[in-house]
Ligand binder design. Sequence first.
Ligand code: NAP
Length: 334
Amino acid sequence: MLVRENIPLSRLTTFKVGGTARYVAECASVSDVKDALAFAAEKGVSWAVLGEGSNVLAPDEGYSGLILHMRIPGIEHDSETGALVAGAGVIWDQLVTQAGLRGLWGIENLAGIPGTVGAAPVQNIGAYGSELKDTFLYADVLDAHTGTVERLIKEDCAFGYRESMFKRERNLIILSVALLLAEDGGPKISYKDLQARKDAGAPLTTPREIAAVVRDVRSYKFPDLSVYGTAGSFFKNPVISKEAFALLKERFPEIPNFETEKGIKIPLAWILDHVLNLRSYRMNHASLFERQPLVLVTEDGATRNDVEQLATYVKEEVLRATNISIEREVQSFA
Ligand code: NAP
């Protein structure tokens, strides 16, 4: 296991902000992960896991502990369960590509989401009507408290909308994820962006074709990570009660809405755009992305503080204007 010292967190996270991490351990195997935990214990420092760093906001003051930089590779077919099993360090979109090449259905709508396979269950990534939990079979995790490797099935993980038990149980380090994908699935293209592509004649009949179209839609709507600092959608889309929605609809008759098991889901981008007029709104070196205001972006010289100030302002404005208390999707790891 390689341990590097004093590495800028801005290089380890897609927001491209943050001070220096004291130690960074490259973890390419389960034994590397165990060695890294032993290293942190020996140095008496805390630890945190990072994959691609695409959903975290790093502290400006840096991190005095050890980052476990998850690199476990490998994509295999598990003949016993029929699942496709990937190491936690595999880039998520490469797994989507592999599934497409094998003609397997289930994760094609999740194409182009940045991050690693190990990070995918943590927030139960979702897009265009699919969520990770729909195909999740199990994850092998190392419990840092006990040092044992355990297999967790879907029912253990408390998956919800961009939610899972992994957000709370930080002692569980995901090592690999198994997905049960189907050979005989079919397209899920109810979302307007995909429907519009279909109406325009795009081929959407195989997992590979759908993944390609999803990537194309995303590449227009979401910022290019090589140009902007960002962690994608900064806030979750709120789900509110039917009563609260009825009041909102009286004031904003055009408000889009979707019924879910837990209530009415409202696209927050619509509120930011049409109620608050915050599209492209800027504070210091952070702003709301012009093509999708739910996405916060940073430019050179940005600090976490810039992002925090903008995010706090947005949250307060949404509460003031709609009485909805929004939650962050992006995590703080320290
Ligand atoms: P969009 O397609 O404009 O949709 C905006 C909102 O409306 C989302 O809350 C979406 O729900 C909901 N919605 C739209 N059509 C719907 C339908 N037919 N049935 C039910 N709900 C519907 O969103 P976007 O910003 O361009 O993003 C595209 C997709 O990528 C969305 O699914 C979004 O959630 C997803 N995304 C995920 C992440 C992540 O996992 N971190 C980050 C960025 C974007 P859902 O949110 O339930 O889809």
